[in-house]
Design a protein around this ligand. Structure first.
Ligand code: FES
Ligand SMILES: [Fe+2]
Length: 448
């Protein structure tokens, strides 16, 4: 099978986005809105089926503007979305910028070492204080990183209002004649945020009833085995994805596709047949991808010969199971992590409507790993491997989305190996009823 290159994949994404455009523009907004109740009812009906009778969702769940607006309000703005990692904002004044659900944001560490997620919308006339692509102002861009840098303060380029790192308005020229104007009342808006296991998460509507630590406590200890190693991001790649954000979530969480998309890469190492999903949880899904016999033998042999099989040193303190499998978790709605014995893979998703999203794929390793003399070579290998299987996934995701606009699209049956997709449907169905999974029915049993 020929290998698809990264430039080729990026070009194919652009091309498919253009192919999708006529379909997306052709949708009748009124009909789309009118169809929402039936679509939500169908999602619930789908979630009501037992796994052995499960079915894929209707195409509208991936192509309807009204459904996307429902998700934006009830899943995305209401939930905790990962924005960056503490290693990106280590010192006071370090920041990253990103666009999330139409919000221009800056994540910054302030002078008191508190991490804040601030809106970049200027409280004067609304200018984006750090307009992407222009790059002036007092902030120094960090080399190589997208949207990151260091600054002492924020300066709005329009009328030169300046803001402290905590968002407070520091100075504003020629405002002395504005009656009743008090500087203290005109800071940048701050969104609710939390740092959890090194990840910085934002809750845009500010009304989430639980913190990430509370809702994801069930896999926190597992993640901590990696997170406690002072992890740093060593590779970050941004992808313009011409497909619905749930398509990458579903792709990430099911490993049935190792038999097809990854037949030469992941399948020999982690055969699809052996992958399995834990019992249903209210706020997350957890899957296991054990190494196959051949990979286990190769590891044992390497150990006997005093060699390393993994690209980086294995994370210290992992137990037997962790060292012989990859783990996956989805923290609803979109926090995707893959636990690899020698690194952590994290996907950040920025939905931009039903038809596309921006994806940042990241590789994290312990800081100690980056100090190895041969780290550069190891990173090259590790990056190549993770990018290669991601390219295989991109091809599948792009192709799947195109079918959601086609009259020939049929809803399909799921394999038991796609239990995670069925659990995700149950999450969507529960949210349609204003609940979370397991709150109104018994949890589905796990596969082991
Ligand atoms: S819009 Fe920012 S200073 Fe005027
Ligand atoms: Fe995949």
């Amino acid at each position: 099978m020929s290998v698809i290159s990264e430039p080729q994949t990026r070009a194919a994404c652009d091309f498919n986005h253009r192919l999708n455009m006529p379909q997306t523009l052709a949708r009748d907004p009124k009909a789309d809105e009118a169809a929402l109740p039936a679509l939500l009812a169908e999602v619930q009906a789908c979630a009501d089926r037992p796994l052995a009778q499960s079915l894929t969702l209707p195409a509208g769940a991936y192509a309807s503007d009204a459904f996307y607006r429902w998700e934006e309000k009830h899943l995305l703005r209401a939930g905790w979305l990962s924005v960056t990692h503490v290693s990106q904002v280590e010192k006071a004044g370090d920041f990253i910028t990103l666009e999330l659900l139409g919000e221009p944001l800056v994540v910054v560490r302030d002078k008191d070492q508190r991490i804040r997620v601030l809106s970049r919308s200027c409280p004067h006339r609304g200018m984006d204080i750090m307009p992407p692509g222009f790059g002036h102002g007092p902030a120094e861009a960090r080399e190589g990183a997208s949207g990151g840098g260091h600054t002492r303060l924020f300066l709005c380029p329009y009328h030169s209002w300046t803001f402290e790192l905590d968002g407070g308005l520091k100075a504003c020229p020629e405002m002395h004649a504005a009656e009743g104007f008090h500087r203290s009342e005109w800071g940048l808006r701050e969104f609710r945020s939390e740092v959890w296991n090194g990840f910085i998460l934002v809750n845009l509507d500010g009304a989430a009833s639980q913190t990430p630590a509370q809702q994801w406590s069930g896999f926190s200890d597992h993640l901590a085995k990696w997170a406690d190693q002072d992890m740093v991001i060593v590779d970050a790649r941004e992808w313009a994805c011409p497909f619905n954000w749930k398509v990458i979530v579903e792709n990430f969480m099911e490993s049935y596709h190792h038999v097809g998309a990854h037949s030469q890469t992941l399948q020999p190492m982690m055969p699809a047949r052996d992958t399995w999903t834990e019992e249903e949880r209210a706020h997350y899904i957890r899957c296991h991808l054990p190494y196959g016999v051949k990979e286990r033998e190769a590891i044992t042999q390497a150990q006997a010969e005093g060699r390393e099989r993994a690209t980086f040193p294995v994370i210290p303190g992992l137990d037997e199971r962790d060292r012989f499998e990859w783990g996956l978790t989805l923290g609803y709605p979109s926090m995707l992590l893959a636990y690899v014995p020698d690194c952590l893979i994290w996907y950040r998703i920025q939905p931009e409507g039903p038809h596309r999203h921006t994806l940042l794929t990241m590789l994290l390793v312990p800081r100690a790993t980056t100090q190895l003399p041969d780290f550069a070579e190891r990173l090259k290998c590790g990056t190549e491997a993770s990018v290669n299987f991601h390219l295989e996934d991109m091809e599948m995701c792009v192709g799947v989305q195109r079918s959601y606009y086609a009259s020939g699209y049929q809803r399909g049956r799921l394999s038991h190996l796609e239990m995670s997709i069925w659990l995700f449907q149950r999450y969507l169905g529960a949210r349609a009823r204003g609940l979370f999974p397991t709150e109104d029915r018994a949890a589905a049993a796990g596969q082991r």
